[in-house]
Each structure stands twice: as structure tokens, then as C-alpha cells.
Design a protein around this ligand. Structure first.
Ligand code: HMG
Ligand code: MG
Length: 325
């Protein structure tokens, strides 16, 4: 990977939609994924194998995974599709779709350029209160549960890539700014030791600021965590996401989560708004001479389309500017 190459992980179909009040029809979700696949993105978070009574909006993730495997969206290059799976129940629901569609996906050990790659994501928390609200478990108990999920995901014939989120790393809606970067580093180290391929640091509520982002990343570096193992997941509640992105980029991070037209929020994070908009991150990276591989006009069109489908305003400043709105 060249130093000016930046990977954007599009989380709109999952983080973006999980908090929508009205159930988004399956066909709209699939069309969103298909449109995004054409824009040059490398990874799309497409759904979530969680309890439907907790997050009803993600209830049709099995159908989404089936559709991706049976009819892989057209894309300029092979794509990775990611799904949250916080426990064995979620993982076995994902496995049953994979079992019904043998040979339709790439694995970590057998990458097939013609077929989609798959990833699952577990999600830990940096504070005890958020862990209880989001997962109904303490941090320690959730990590113990993830150990089994991670090793099962990595077993043959699945050999899936695994992402490990840590939420509320820069501020917690329940515990405020009292989040220890050392605790984040400990959890990240534990997840990496369990075999996750990447840590995604979640600023769930957008409480992060430039100095706090810098302190956190310095702390992770001191703990021996490598930049190439870290992705940043900024929400933009306070409008600081691009500033924090700049700090992380300067620090050497090259993977950033974003959501088309800034869709999103977390159901267990009152008041938190969407992720930083994909259009804004692409434009920002281009302005710095970084290469995201994503077509700005293409992704802006998708943002315009999905905003209209959902009957909400386009949350991307760059998207609105590009479209002359
Ligand atoms: P629980 O209630 O403690 O678990 O939930 P349980 O084992 O007692 O199960 C309760 C019921 O859910 C049972 O059904 C289970 O079968 C079912 P019942 O017997 O009542 O009919 N169930 C499931 N069904 C489908 N798929 C599953 C599953 N698990 C249990 N995987 C659990 C534990 C973790 C499942 C629950 O707390 C849950 O699903 N929580 C959802 C949390 C969530 O999705 N949060 C949003 C995503 S995280 C996020 O947005 C942050 C992120 O973006 C990063 C950032 O911004 O920081 C990633
Ligand atoms: Mg999030």
C-alpha cells in the first residue's frame, strides 16, 4: 500500500440505516449497496447479525448476504462486504447463509478476484456503561464471548476476515469524557491477540476533538499497536470528524470509516448523529493528494439518491456542493 493510498470503509448500509425509524425496504438496501459498489469503494459494511428485537432495522441482513453471494454487485474491483456479528448466534446465522451458497465467496486463505470477500465485525466498548447498554454485558464478558466468535470465523471453510470495533473511545454518552486511552489500548491489544485483523476505533457520539484524538493514537502507539492495524470510525455530531480525520491521517492511519450522505447514528447512543460523510472524506483526501479510489461524483449521486429515498436532507456538505444544491 502506497503512503498516499487511503481506504474508506463505507458503513452507510449498516451504521447509516440501523437507526432509521421507518423500516427501509430490502430492495432499497440492496440498491444502495449495488450503487455504492460501482463507486470504487473497497469495503462496504452491509448489515448486522444482531438480535432483531434490539435493532429491528437490521433484521433482513441474511437476505442481504444471500443476495450479495447469489448476485454479486458489479464493481470496478473485488469488494469486501462486512457484517456485524457480536455472538455465536449472529455468526451461525451468517454461516447458514454461507453454507447455502458454497463457493460463492473468497476467503482470507483463498482470495478469488472474481468473488466477494467477507468480513465479520465484533464490537467492544471502552466504558462499562456503554458495554451494558449496547451488549448487555460487561467489557470482560463481551471480550470472552468474542474470543469464540473470532476463532469460529477464522475456521475452515469460512476463514473470514474479522474486524474488532471499540466504541466510545473518545467520549461516552453515559460516562462523559472519562474514557481512558490506556483502557482502549488494553482492549485493542486483547482483540488483536484474539486474532482480529483490524481494530476500528469508534467515536460513537462524535465527542472526539483533535487533541483527544492525538492523545489516544499516541497511547496506542506506545502500547505497540501498529497504524496499519487501526481504522478510525468518526461520527460527526459536533462537526469535528474531518478535523479528527486530519489528525489521524497525520499520525499515519490510512483506513477511515464513512457513511454516504452522513447517514446514521447508534441506537444506544442518544443524540449521536451519523458518521462523517463519505463524500466529505473523499473530497478532503483528494485535496491532500491522497488516493481513495472512490469516484466523488459517483458517491455524491448515491448520497443524493438515498437521501431522497429516506425522505431526509443530504447530510454531506461536499455532496450538496458537488450537486449544486
Ligand atoms: P441479549 O439480550 O443479552 O442476549 O443480547 P440473549 O442471548 O439473552 O438473547 C436475547 C434474544 O435475542 C434471544 O431471543 C436470542 O435468541 C436473540 P428470544 O429467546 O428472546 O426470542 N439473539 C439474537 N437473534 C439474532 N441474532 C443474534 C442474536 N443474539 C441474541 N446475534 C446481544 C445480546 C449482543 C445479541 C444484543 O445485546 C444485541 O443484539 N445488541 C445489539 C447491539 C447493536 O446492534 N448495537 C448497534 C451496533 S454497534 C454500533 O453501532 C457502534 C459502531 O458503529 C461503532 C461506533 O460507532 O462506536 C459499531
Ligand atoms: Mg458507529
Amino acid at each position: 500500500r502506497l503512503d498516499n493510498r487511503v481506504k474508506i470503509v463505507e458503513v452507510g448500509p449498516r451504521d447509516g440505516l440501523q437507526n432509521e425509524k421507518n423500516i427501509v425496504p430490502l430492495v432499497t438496501k440492496i440498491e444502495l449497496i449495488e450503487r455504492l459498489a460501482k463507486t470504487g469503494l473497497e469495503t462496504i459494511e452491509a448489515g448486522s447479525f444482531v438480535a432483531p428485537k434490539w435493532v429491528p432495522q437490521m433484521a433482513n441482513s441474511s437476505e442481504i448476504l444471500s443476495h450479495i453471494l447469489a448476485t454479486p454487485p458489479t464493481s470496478p474491483h473485488p469488494l469486501t462486504y462486512s457484517f456485524l456479528a457480536p455472538n455465536m448466534k449472529g455468526l451461525s446465522n451468517a454461516f447458514s447463509i454461507l453454507n447455502q451458497n458454497p463457493g460463492t465467496f473468497s476467503t482470507e486463505t483463498n482470495p478469488l478476484p472474481s468473488k466477494p470477500s467477507l468480513e465479520i465485525a465484533v464490537f467492544a466498548s471502552a466504558t462499562e456503561t456503554f458495554s451494558q447498554k449496547n451488549l448487555n454485558a460487561s467489557i470482560a464478558a463481551s471480550l470472552e464471548g468474542f474470543r469464540a466468535v473470532i476463532s469460529a470465523a477464522k475456521e475452515t471453510p469460512y476463514n473470514l476476515r474479522v474486524r474488532g470495533y471499540i466504541s466510545v473511545v473518545l467520549g461516552c454518552p453515559f460516562e462523559g469524557y472519562d474514557v481512558s486511552p490506556h483502557r482502549v489500548a488494553e482492549i485493542a491489544t486483547e482483540l488483536l491477540e484474539m486474532g482480529v485483523d483490524e481494530i476500528a476505533l469508534g467515536d460513537t457520539t462524535g465527542m472526539g476533538t483533535a487533541p483527544r484524538t492525538k492523545d489516544l493514537l499516541n497511547c496506542l502507539r506506545s502500547a505497540g499497536i501498529r497504524n496499519e492495524d487501526v481504522a478510525m470510525h468518526f461520527h460527526d455530531t459536533y462537526g469535528q470528524a474531518l478535523v479528527n480525520t486530519a489528525v489521524a491521517l497525520e499520525h499515519g492511519i490510512r483506513t477511515f470509516d464513512a457513511s454516504v450522505s452522513g447517514l446514521g447514528g447508534c441506537p444506544y447512543s442518544p443524540g449521536a448523529t451519523g458518521n462523517v460523510a463519505t463524500e466529505d472524506v473523499v473530497y478532503f483526501m483528494e485535496s491532500l493528494g491522497m488516493d481513495t479510489g472512490v469516484n466523488l461524483d459517483g458517491v455524491a449521486d448515491v448520497g443524493d439518491w438515498i437521501s431522497k429515498e429516506l425522505g431526509r436532507g443530504n447530510g454531506s456538505t461536499v455532496g450538496r456542493a458537488v450537486l449544486g444544491q
